[in-house]
Design a protein around this ligand. Sequence first.
Ligand code: HEM
Length: 271
Amino acid sequence: MTNTALVGRLVQHHWPALASIRSCFTPKPMMSLSHKFVLNRVSSSKTEESALLHKLRSKANNIEEIQMAAECMDHLAAGIDTTGDALCFLMHELSLPRSISVQKRLHQEIIDNPNAKLDDLPYMDAVIKEGLRLFPPIPMSLPRYVPKEGRDISGYSLPGNSIVSCQAYSMHLMDTSVFPNASEFLPERWLEKEGEAERNRLFFAFAAGGRGCIGKNLALVEMKTLLRDIYGRFTTKIAPEMSSDMSIDDQIIASRPKDQKCLLTFQEVSV
Ligand code: HEM
């Protein structure tokens, strides 16, 4: 989903009159493949027992079809865009000349441990965490209500029902005593014992607490599987024709590379 689609929805929500004027001047958006797919599935009677749709139908049978579609669409976006954007930023960073040593170390760890479980590859873990730290796919503020009795947080008294929020982007960059050279891609920092607890405490890519990401473990396995398959066999470089801007573009909820295009070349590592 592009930035303008989200802007359109915000305008529609807050200023409906303005939205109807705006719609006269902007082309009607085409329905995306994913929307079509979800709507088709919701209207078909067949669902596998393990599917979210099956659970929505059986447990909450007064949910309307369109609400089921919205719920399924949320899960699709939460699970696909995030890992996709994270891998795009990470593989771009790994393909830059400055990251050659990181690629080499990652490749070595993978080929030295052909039968290791994905969670027993500490350097791979460090590479992924550092990618998510520097390029969090959801950098936005995550708002929460203060309980009605109010709360003291770090010496600040907060009135009940006010909204507080924090966001991965600043959590990952602001405290340079925890993340020295915070704007640099340095996976090795995650291997140091000293400061480990503090680093993990500030790692907020999946948020934290009761409403944190329920797909965290799945996301990590997906990313590790892909990185192992690629960097066990190939080296990647920025393609010569690549001129797109890869800076983080704030899409209100998610972050994407500004030009939404990343071209890499793959070269098989000779054995
Ligand atoms: C790199 C990948 C991912 C990142 C960075 C990420 C990040 C997040 C964050 C920050 C939240 C919290 C939003 C909030 O507190 O308001 C969240 C929630 C959620 N995520 Fe993920 N996510 C990822 C992958 C996935 C995957 C693979 C799935 C499922 C297949 C998933 C499903 C969800 C769902 C359903 C929620 C809402 C949980 C709730 O409201 O209780 N996410 N995610």
